[in-house]
Design a protein around this ligand. Structure first.
Ligand code: RIB
Ligand code: CA
Length: 304
């Protein structure tokens, strides 16, 4: 067994974030160093509460560091928009629960930088919300870009439409300037965008069977997933996109993806703001294809 990948997950939990974090807690290929939280699916205070709650559920005794409450430049999205998909509290109809622990005194950007410094060249940063905290770490810590091993982010849409506007995917739409800074940083970066995450799905039956097999950790997922999947079913889709789980899995099973290194930039104004545009900008690895069946199998079988 190769050494597990040291990982920090930057997250806005969020239903598919919960799937991704519970998965990461079970994958022996991942050594989860901590979670950092960001605004997005819910305000950052709720994201922190939800991240701590997920740690309680998964028995993860790891730091949770709170990060940005708003985007770098653009105005925040109307919270009601995200609540329509993830629920006002972030886990669909599931009422908020007070977590057992509290966040670290360090904020997200400082936590990322100190972990990258401590494990120089070893840490993979998996960003599955707006990438604001990573841009802040770059601004605040000149050594961060050299210390972090790689960034894998769920976001963008290279050859397919967006999911917030016809052009922009939600995470990139919520902080396009932050993504532009990260792409320009020179850090080895992999984009796991809608091009592949919309091919990886989970149905109501999948999550019901998972909850039945593992009620302790996955029973929690069933109700939030049901509501979340309902939104996809309304669009005639068989299940929800496994957006954030796909990004976490891409960190440890890259062979499930076809990637190409292309110039990539982010549109920063106008009607196409937040669009990830191939052909211009810094060279970035972009996932163009995925073995969806293998990825779904890895995800749903990981919980034991
Ligand atoms: O577009 C999907 C992304 O936006 C996922 O990370 C989801 O959790 C939301 O943050
Ligand atoms: Ca997310």
């Amino acid at each position: 067994m190769p050494k597990p990948t040291k990982m920090i997950i930057d997250t806005d939990p969020g239903v598919d974030d919960a799937m991704a974090i519970l998965y990461a807690a079970h994958d022996p290929a991942i050594e989860l160093l901590g979670l950092t939280t960001v605004f997005g699916n819910v305000p950052v205070q709720k994201a922190t509460r939800n991240a701590l709650r997920l740690c309680d559920l998964a028995g993860l005794d790891i730091p949770v560091a709170e990060g940005a409450a708003r985007p770098s430049v653009v105005a925040p999205l109307d919270p009601a928009e995200a609540a329509r998909i993830h629920g006002a509290e972030g886990f669909g109809p599931v009422p908020p629960q007070t977590p057992q622990r509290t966040p670290t005194p360090e904020d997200a950007a400082d936590f990322m930088a100190s972990m990258a410094r401590r494990y120089r060249g070893e840490v993979t940063l998996c960003a599955i919300g707006p990438i604001t905290n990573v841009a802040e770490a770059l601004r605040r810590h000149p050594d961060f870009a050299a210390n972090i091993a790689k960034i894998v982010f769920m976001g963008g849409a290279a050859q397919v439409p967006g999911n917030v506007t016809p052009y922009a995917e939600a995470n990139t739409y919520q902080d396009p300037h932050a993504l532009a800074e990260v792409l320009a940083s020179g850090i080895p970066t992999l984009m796991v965008g809608l091009d592949v995450t919309m091919q990886t799905t989970g149905s109501r039956a999948d999550f019901a069977a998972l909850a039945k097999r593992h009620p302790d950790h996955c029973g929690f997922l069933q109700r939030p997933s049901d509501e979340y999947i309902g939104i996809y079913e309304e669009r005639g889709l068989p299940g929800c996109g496994l957006h954030d789980p796909a990004a976490v899995i891409a960190c440890v099973a890259p062979d499930l993806f076809n990637t190409s290194k292309i110039p990539l930039s982010v549109v920063l104004k106008g009607p196409e703001i937040g669009r990830t545009l191939p052909g211009v900008g810094a060279t970035t690895a972009v996932c163009a294809g995925v073995d969806a069946q293998q990825l779904e199998e890895r995800f749903f079988s990981m919980f034991g």
